[in-house]
Design a protein around this ligand. Sequence first.
Ligand code: FNR
Length: 359
Amino acid sequence: QALARAVNLSEIEALGRERLDQNALDYYASGANDGHTVRANREDFARIRLRPRMLVDVSSIDTSTQVLGLPLDFPVGVAPSAFHGLAHPDAELATARAAAGMGSVMTLSTFSNTPIAEVGQAAAGRFWFQLYLLGDRELSREIIARAGACGARALVFTVDAPYLGRREANERHRFALPPHLSAPNVASREALAGVETDTGSQLTNYFQNLVDKSFTWNDLGWLRAQTDLPIVLKGILTAEDAELAVQHGCHIWVSNHGGRQLDTAVSAISALPEIADVVAGRAEIYLDGGISRGTDVIKAVALGARAVFLGRPALWGLAAGGEDGVRRVLELLKDEVRLALALSGKQNLKEVGRDLLKM
Ligand code: FNR
C-alpha cells in the first residue's frame, strides 16, 4: 500500500494532493499573496545547521515531553485547521483518533466539520480547542464552555486573524464549502449557504462577518473570566507581544498561520529566539509553520519551543488515507525525531539547547 511505502512527509503530501479536488487543494495549499512567508517557513529551517556531538551513548533515546501537563510521546501535535471534511469523510474524527493513538495532541478548529463533543470522544483527552472569537460574545461564551465540557485541555486563541489573509487561489476559484459539509460549532448550514458568493471566496466573506475585529489586550480579562483552561495565544511573532502574553497569564504559540495571513511576515522559526529570550521560562512556547522533518522539530526545541504543530502535513495525511494517513505522518516524524536526536548525540529533549545550532 502506498501509505506504508511512503518514506517521508513529502511523499505523503504527493499522495494527499492526488486525492483532492481543485477547491480543497487550493484551500489547503495556499498562502497569502505571493507566498513569501510560506516558503520562508521552510527555508529558514533548512538554513540552520546542526552541531552534532559524538561518542555519546545513544543506545536508548527518549523523545517524550509534556505540554501543559499532558504527556506527549514526542514533541509534535496537530495544528488547528478548518474543514477536515474536505480531505476525508471521517474528517476531524480521523485526525483525533490518529493523534490520540500516537500519544500526540490535536487542536480542534472552531471551524471543524464535526461537533466538539464527537471529537472530544475520539481524542480521548488528547485535544485542545482553537477559538476564533466571534463578534457574537454570547455564542463565543457558549463555544468556550462546550469545549471545556467536552474535555479540551487548553484554549488556543488565534490572534493573527482579525481578517483572513488574501489567498488568491481561493479568490480566483471562489472557494466554497461543498453542500454536504457544515461548520456545526458556529452556525447552521443555512447560514453558510446564505453567504454572498458572487465575488471571491465564500469562506472569506463568511469569516469576515463572523469574527470580532476589535478585540485587544485589554479584553483578555473577559476571555480569562470565561474559562479555567490554560489560554494559549496563537500567532505571536514578536518579543513585544510575547511579553504582553506572559503579563496576561497566557502561553505562546509562535505562528504566522502557515504564511496564510500577512505575507512577508517573519518565518516562525526566525521569530522564536527573541520570543524565547523575553519569555525566559515564564510560559510554555510552541511553534508551527514549515515543519517537515525531525531535524526541524529539534531545531525548534533547541530554540525554546516545548512542542511543534503540523498544519498542512496532517491534512495531506488525512487526504492520503484518513486516520491511517495522519498516523503515518506522525509515525514518520516521530522516527525522524528519534534519529535526529541520536545522530546529534542527545539522549532526550532536555539535552537539546542552542549549542546544538550554528545559526
Ligand atoms: C489553517 N490554520 C488555522 N489556524 C487556526 O488557528 N484556525 C484555523 O481554523 C485554521 N485553519 C487552517 C486551514 C488550513 C487549510 C491551513 C493550511 C491552516 C493555520 C494552522 O493552524 C497552522 O498555523 C499552519 O498551518 C502551520 O503551518 P504548516 O504546518 O501548514 O506549514
